[in-house]
Design a protein around this ligand. Structure first.
Ligand code: PLP
Length: 382
């Protein structure tokens, strides 16, 4: 699956691609997964939405990720085709009719999510409640998130105890979940949210065993400085035992970016240079779409001419995608060698999260050229 190269230099030596190439570095994914699983104080579910490429799922699964947060039956099917023994959770409060039933029947899925009382009956009509866990998702926002994830999903904390009671009355195990947002820059976001969860649990008459603290674990980008993940884990460990969870309790996390960002890069080609404006063969309608979020405006970059790194005095450039839409412009400027020109390549690092999964075919610019860089001596720019 996917041609393998020792390095980007070898790839460029073998061919000078006209379309963007996406490079998966399995050893980087292996290290990211091992570190997260070893240090997070609970169960780690990879949020497949962040990057659902089979090579990424495979790299994370091979490194010890056994649980997968899926948003649809299709994602469950994909994970199960690669890892038949993996545990898949259908954690989207909105599902296609029949998806919960088929996920349970075909793949043994036992964990589901609702965020409103109206979501319970349709779910219970499709699943065997006695063998299922249903999470009630609580809305939590934190100012340090790159993007809020509670404007669309999540019940008000004061409404959650009644939803948990309804779930239990419906015959399923009731559990609590929240999501602090994506790209959270302050560990305090988790202690704040877990404090809210504590209040909800104190007002809930039934025992709750599982708390899912969602995703949000950040990765750094140029100009987007974040504390190391260990500081987030320490904050979570600090408050975890204050929560009134029942016997055999466990906390869970759904990292998407935290696991997927570091191990993929994009090789884009310069198609046109107008002074300090570079027009590339990839952009906001391609793998760069996530740059619309606050604070995250560029990726680390390294330039190549032919198959050799291009060095020299640096200059600040504005980057544009290839489509006819004027908004197809990357928001931040990027430092690159002043000599960079048409035909040169740029490798952008840290592009594993929310890139491949949101590419479009707008104007016909779409690439599905995904390769592996399989030497641990090679690393993407950071
Ligand atoms: C329910 C849920 N879990 C996990 C994630 C993953 O978030 P992140 O990539 O910030 O870890 C998301 C992101 O949209 C989400 O909506």
């Amino acid at each position: 699956m996917g041609t393998a190269y020792k390095s980007v230099e070898t790839l460029l030596q073998a061919r000078q691609p006209g379309k963007p190439v996406y490079c998966i570095y399995p050893h980087i994914y292996r290290d990211a997964a091992r570190h997260f699983v070893a240090n997070f104080p609970g169960r780690v579910l990879y949020a497949v939405k962040a990057n659902n490429h089979p090579l990424v799922i495979q790299a994370l699964g091979n490194a010890g990720v056994e649980h997968f947060d899926c948003a649809s039956r299709q994602e469950i099917e994909l994970v199960k085709s690669l890892f038949p023994d993996a545990t898949c959770y259908l954690m989207n409060p909105v599902r296609l009719v029949g998806d919960a039933r088929r996920s349970q029947q075909d793949f043994g899925t036992r964990h589901f999510m609702i965020d409103h009382r109206s979501g319970l009956a349709p779910l219970l009509a499709e699943i065997d409640a006695e063998s299922s866990v249903v999470f009630a998702r609580m809305a939590v926002s934190h100012h340090s998130a790159m993007a809020d994830l509670s404007s669309k999903f999540g019940a008000l904390p004061e409404d959650v105890p009644a939803i948990l009671q309804d779930i239990r009355d419906g015959g399923a195990e009731a559990a609590l979940a929240f999501n602090v947002g994506t790209g959270v820059t302050e560990p305090e976001a988790y202690t704040y949210a877990m404090g809210l969860a504590r209040e909800v649990l104190e007002n809930t008459p039934i025992p709750v065993r599982l708390l899912d603290i969602g995703g949000g674990f950040p990765r750094p980008y140029p100009g987007f400085i974040v504390p190391p993940l260990d500081e987030f884990f320490a904050a979570i460990k600090g408050i975890r035992h204050e929560l009134p969870l029942g016997a055999d309790s466990e906390i869970m996390a759904e990292p998407g970016r935290g696991l997927s960002a570091p191990g993929m890069s994009t090789i884009a080609k310069v198609l046109l240079r107008k002074e300090n404006r570079l027009y590339l063969n990839d952009g906001m309608y391609g793998a760069f779409w996530e740059l619309r979020f606050k604070g995250h405006v560029r990726y680390p970059a390294r330039a190549y001419r032919g198959h050799a790194p291009l060095e020299g005095r640096q200059h600040s450039f504005h980057l544009f995608g290839p489509t006819c839409d004027s908004s197809d412009e990357m928001p931040g400027s990027v430092e690159l060698p002043a000599a960079i020109d048409v035909g040169d390549y740029i490798e952008f690092g840290s592009m594993g999260a929310y890139s491949l999964s949101g590419r479009t075919n707008f104007n016909g610019f779409y690439s599905d050229d995904v390769v592996t860089i399989d030497s641990s001596a090679s690393s993407p720019p950071t």
